[in-house]
Design a protein around this ligand. Structure first.
Ligand code: NAD
Length: 393
């Protein structure tokens, strides 16, 4: 009997909510498709109501009835840290392991070596850097993720955090909550986004969605990516291409980061790079925490080289209570939530089910969902993660 191990974030502290709930929306919009004609997940069925909390332990990504009905074993846990964890104990005979980047089940080389039956690792969401992809390649393990499932949600979060930083929203909100009316305190670091130079590091699905949403703000848009966008697209959104991130950061006031975490991007936002930015620049990073050098960011905020840093990704996750980014100056951090909105959960739960249906029926997994297959990068993985450049799927 195939065993599926599902590692999910814990339920709300007050317990798993009733659905529909009486203090929030009870429907989410039904979208026809993703942008640019990319098709939504198309499983044969789903056992959840879109808008329900699916990503926590009791939500089970809506997979239990389907998996058990097909005679598979399902183990669900949030206990993922350390050798005695349920995750560590259960992975030894799991055929499939699924986790979300918000609560990543880190599949290190050591864990992959212990998971003797593992054939498929699914990221319910986007970004599979919590799986050691070189080892997955070496062991012939397939890695798949639900491409596009939360790209627009992350783009919205990035635009929100750019506005939050530049306008200095957090401080203004705190003054309001605290009963104050000190306008001068509230506006002494408050600017307009209009007229700024905004740089996008990596113009994939999220980076392009950010550009499309920011263009009407009257900003000048810049980007770099190892794949240059078509000239008509650059013209439509007024995008200036830069050959490298080093060149990009010299020309901008706001950097928004949307590249995957790879050996090329790890630690890229370091002291040297930050020192070349315009003084008082802002950085928003909802890509991966480890793309930034944690201490370099704190130093740049302390010195005023950066005027603000926001994002929702940390290294590791969950971040410890004393992580310096929780308390550093002028931060507007959130925990990893940008891609975990309820509509996103509905999409990546359906996409996970589609991947499982195809996997168990021996049908090919959609190329846009594939990161690693048959010992090499495949599909989206070849375009976004492989060292050599491969066209998009
Ligand atoms: P995508 O695959 O559509 O785009 C990635 C882009 O990065 C591609 O255009 C690729 O060419 C570019 N790239 C890769 N390496 C590069 C390098 N060294 N230099 C320049 N460009 C490079 O992916 P996406 O859907 O836009 O997602 C991007 C990343 O955002 C994911 O890998 C993931 O880490 C992160 N993400 C975060 C959340 C969240 O909840 N915070 C959700 C989804 C994705």
């Amino acid at each position: 009997m195939a065993k599926v191990l599902l590692v999910l974030f814990p339920d709300p502290v007050d317990g798993y909510p009733q659905f529909p709930r009486d203090d929030a929306r009870d429907t989410i919009p039904a979208l026809p498709d993703y942008p640019n004609g990319h098709t939504l997940p198309s499983p044969e069925g789903t056992d959840f109501v879109p808008g329900q909390l699916l990503g926590s332990v009791s939500g089970e990504l809506g997979l239990r009835a389907y998996l058990e009905g097909a005679g598979r074993e399902l183990v669900v846990t949030s206990d993922k840290e350390g050798e005695g964890s349920v995750f560590d104990r259960e992975l030894v005979d799991a055929d499939v392991i699924i986790s979300q980047p918000f609560w990543p089940a880190y599949l290190t080389p050591e864990r992959l070596a212990k998971a003797k039956n593992l054939k498929l690792a699914v990221t319910a969401g986007i970004g599979s850097d919590h799986v050691d992809l070189d080892t997955a390649n070496a062991l012939g393990i397939t890695v798949a993720e639900v491409t596009y499932s939360n790209s627009i949600a992350v783009a919205e979060h990035a635009v929100m955090q750019i506005l939050v930083l530049v306008r200095d929203f957090v401080r203004q909100h705190e003054i309001s909550v605290d009963g104050g009316w000190n306008i001068a305190d509230a506006v002494e670091r408050s600017y307009d986004v209009e007229g700024l130079d905004v740089g996008i590091f990596a113009a994939g699905r999220i980076g392009r969605a950010v550009a499309e949403r920011l263009a009407p703000f009257g900003v000048r848009l810049h980007y770099t990516d190892r794949h240059r966008l078509p000239a008509e697209y650059e013209e439509q959104y007024g995008l200036t291409f830069h050959e490298s991130i080093e060149d990009l950061v010299r020309h901008i006031d706001v950097l928004t980061v949307h590249a995957p975490l790879t050996e090329q991007t790890r630690g890229l936002l370091n002291d040297e790079l930050l020192a070349t930015m315009r003084r008082g620049s802002y950085i928003v990073n909802p890509a991966r925490g480890a793309i930034a050098d944690q201490d370099a960011v704190v130093r740049a905020l302390d010195s005023g080289q950066l005027a603000g840093y926001a994002g929702d990704v940390w290294d590791p996750q969950p971040a410890p209570a004393d992580h310096p980014w929780r308390s550093m100056a002028h931060n507007a951090m959130t925990t990893h939530t940008s891609g975990a909105s309820l509509p996103s959960q509905a999409k990546y739960a359906a996409g996970t089910r589609e991947i499982l249906e195809d996997w168990f029926a021996d049908r090919p997994i959609r190329p846009e969902y594939l990161i690693v297959e048959g010992g090499h990068y495949a599909g989206t993985g070849a375009h976004s993660y492989a060292q050599q450049e491969v066209a998009a799927v």
